[in-house]
Design a protein around this ligand. Structure first.
Ligand SMILES: [Zn+2]
Length: 473
């Protein structure tokens, strides 16, 4: 009874906040958009793009140069076919020309800095403005609702990001999470079996309606429950994010938690990109927020059913526009319209991120994201590393492969990385650094930023590879 009253109060409070801060209005706008005919959607999106380009060509030095060199004007962009007139924005360009990508007039109070550790092994720092965050919040609220979750109901995050988790560790934030959001935040950055047992009990006690988590964290939790027993929660749905959700992962999660699993795809730089709806026929794009293309080697759209590179234009971040931004993941665009009635395009599947769990000498289970986010934090804003990869050779031996930028002080960098790993992961790790010219992707095109040569923890199959086959084969 008390729990229900708590949920109702949180729900009411969230609705009032969303009414006041404009999230509710933006949600309604995005919902209406979803059901419009595709031609109408294209017309609206291209209008937003022209508005963004007018701003970027005038106030963002990098794009002013692009417009001048290519003799571009906003009115040259009328249909999606016009998009290739714009160059791709690569992570390398952002690292080299970050200051020229920030709109003149300087960051205002409403602008927040953020960074990514780089799912492809290259860290990045950038700015996000208030309008971007408002549309992002509205889109995210919609994606929770599609999992049949109502604001205020018990929610659990099983998260592998140190950066995000840090924000949920202070006492005031913990109180706000529990009382103000009915949220239990479980940090899976540094786990031992004992800690996992403790978390499993807390999750059952919280009785979540929805569990949101990194694919690696969710599957590790599922394997733990299957291997070690213990009480299982009974959520209405699971929402998986941050890494590729393979069919075996989905099956494992559905069977363990006896509920539906919703895949969600996005990035820190541009926010939510695609999300499954209740029909589970692919991931819906949200072109009013992120105009997403899937392109071939010539930067032209691939046909439905073909694998291509994901390129995203965020229509709302005027502080530091990401226009035709190369995410460095791949996807397969869907062919059909979804049976749910929304006309927004579908991605059949995402092909991209993969990370092994690293097992430390003292027995901690360290998700691959630990390295992404800590490397990202350490390297943020410094153009010293182009790519990296962490390989666990034995329980104690880690090989760190680095592709340094020209003129980088590699010795200092190695010391910093050693300190970070010893301090935050495990003091017993013995590190070997390997300086490389490049780090190739796997044959399926995936880039693996952590590779473990050990058996993965709580594997219900004797071979980890059975649980993580290539998704694009
Ligand atoms: Zn649908």
């Amino acid at each position: 009874m008390l729990r229900r009253a708590h949920s109702a109060v949180v729900n009411l409070a969230a609705r009032l906040v969303h009414l006041a801060d404009g999230t509710a209005a933006r949600r309604a706008e995005l919902d209406r958009f979803d059901y419009l005919p595709r031609e109408e959607q294209q017309r609206i999106v291209m209008g937003r793009l022209r508005r963004l380009l007018a701003h970027a060509f005038e106030r963002v030095p990098y794009y002013a140069e692009v417009a001048q060199q290519r003799r571009l004007k906003p009115e040259h962009f009328q249909t999606f076919d016009d998009l290739p007139k714009l160059p791709l924005l690569t992570k390398q360009i952002i690292r080299r020309r970050r200051d020229h990508l920030i709109a003149r007039g300087g960051p205002s109070k409403a602008v927040k800095g953020s960074f990514t550790g780089g799912s492809t092994g290259a860290p990045l720092s950038f700015l996000l403005d208030q309008q971007y965050r408002a549309y992002g919040a509205a889109d995210k609220a919609r994606c929770y609702e599609r999992c049949e979750y109502g604001f205020g109901e018990p929610l659990v995050f099983i998260w592998g990001s140190d950066y995000d988790s840090a924000a949920h560790k202070s006492l005031p934030q913990k109180l706000f999470d529990r009382i103000g959001r009915n949220l239990l935040w479980v940090d899976t950055f540094s786990l031992s079996e004992e800690v996992l047992k403790h978390h499993a009990e807390r999750i059952v006690a919280h009785d979540p309606v929805l569990i949101v988590g990194y694919v690696a964290s969710l599957t590790m939790y599922a394997r733990f429950l299957r291997t070690c027993g213990g009480r299982r929660p009974s959520p209405r749905a699971l929402q998986a994010t941050a890494e590729t959700l393979t069919q075996p992962d989905r099956k494992l999660l559905e069977e363990t938690f006896d509920c539906r699993v919703f895949d969600r795809y996005g990035g820190r730089e541009v926010g939510l990109i695609a999300h499954e709806c209740e029909a589970h026929e692919g991931l819906h794009l949200s072109p009013m927020c992120n105009l997403t293309e899937v392109v071939d080697v010539n930067d032209k759209p691939v046909a439905a059913g073909q694998t291509g590179r994901i390129v995203v234009t965020n229509l709302h971040n005027y502080a530091m526009p990401f226009i035709r931004y190369e995410v460095e993941d791949m996807a397969v665009p869907g062919e059909r319209f979804c049976s749910c009635g929304r006309a927004t395009p579908l991605l059949e599947r995402i092909v991209g991120r993969t990370a092994d769990v690293i097992i430390s000498p003292s027995g901690k289970l360290i998700p691959g994201e630990f390295f992404i986010h800590n490397f990202g934090r350490l390297l943020s804003g410094r153009d010293i590393v182009k790519q990296y990869q962490v390989v666990q050779e034995t329980r104690t031996d880690l090989t760190i492969r680095l592709v340094p930028s020209e003129g980088a002080d590699v010795a200092t960098l190695q010391n910093e990385l050693t300190d970070m790993i010893h301090q935050h992961a495990d003091r017993e790790f013995v590190l070997t650094f390997e300086i490389c010219e490049s780090i190739p992707a796997t044959s399926s095109g995936k880039y693996r930023f952590t590779i473990s040569k050990l058996e993965q923890p709580f594997a219900i199959s004797s071979r980890t590879s059975d649980l993580r086959p290539n998704t694009d084969e």
